[in-house]
Design a protein around this ligand. Structure first.
Ligand SMILES: C[S@@+](CC[C@H](N)C(=O)[O-])C[C@H]1O[C@@H](n2cnc3c(N)ncnc32)[C@H](O)[C@@H]1O
Length: 197
């Protein structure tokens, strides 16, 4: 078990963060299905990191879709931009910003992924409040996190994990109604929520 954990991920290189994202690859199809992501969709990824999930989203939305990949780390997004260039695609739009305060001028997303980020954030409730402002009525979000009662063999240590009840309360306070909750594995859970009109 990895005992070292820093919220800002400074205990890992971005290549190591990417390798951890790849380890969680089996979770991603259910996230995209819950949002109804398909060709032409415009999806916002909150806290994209070095970008594994953004690249999977890019495959699903295709050349006519858009993936807004937002992260506070320019270095993480540089990894993603390099991988996007290697693949010869252009539907991912990396943007360095704090999602809790992002203005979103010109950003037009139909839905958002908020996966494995809230336990790294300084203001998780603020991120959800700002997302409510950035997304249109009835837009869906998927929030995924590590379960505090999981075995803690991978991912964040138990003390850093967020309970589903806490995440649900932040979603509801921000104006999202929770439509579904699933334990995706012993370590992971996801909530699907819809922005109120
Ligand atoms: C574990 S990483 C990547 C998570 C990715 N969404 C996934 O599912 O694999 C979490 C990322 O969230 C970013 N992050 C944390 N708080 C943020 C904030 N307020 N605004 C933007 N990015 C943030 C970190 O810089 C980091 O790259």
């Amino acid at each position: 078990m990895d005992q070292i954990f820093r919220k800002d991920l400074s205990h890992l290189t971005w290549d190591e963060v990417y390798a951890r994202q790849v380890q969680r690859a089996n979770l991603v199809p259910a996230w995209m299905d819950a949002l109804g992501v398909g060709p032409g969709s415009r999806v916002l990824e909150v806290g994209a990191g070095p970008g594994y999930v953004s690249l999977v989203l890019a495959d699903r939305v295709g050349a006519k879709g858009i993936v807004y990949a937002i992260d506070r780390s320019a270095e993480a997004l540089a990894h993603l931009e390099r991988r996007q260039t290697e693949r010869g695609i252009s539907q991912i739009r990396p943007l360095v910003a704090d999602v809790a305060t992002l203005e979103g001028n010109g950003l037009r997303a139909d839905s958002a992924l908020v996966t494995m980020i809230l336990h790294h954030a300084e203001d998780p409730a603020g991120i959800l409040r700002n997302l409510h402002r950035l997304l249109p009525p009835a837009a869906r979000i998927v929030v995924a996190e590590f379960h505090p009662e999981g075995p803690c063999e991978q991912g964040a240590p138990r003390a850093a994990r967020l309970t589903p009840a806490q995440v649900r309360a932040w979603c509801e306070a921000a104006g999202f109604q929770v439509r579904d909750y699933r334990r995706q594995s012993p370590e992971h859970y996801m909530l699907v929520a819809e922005r109120a009109a």
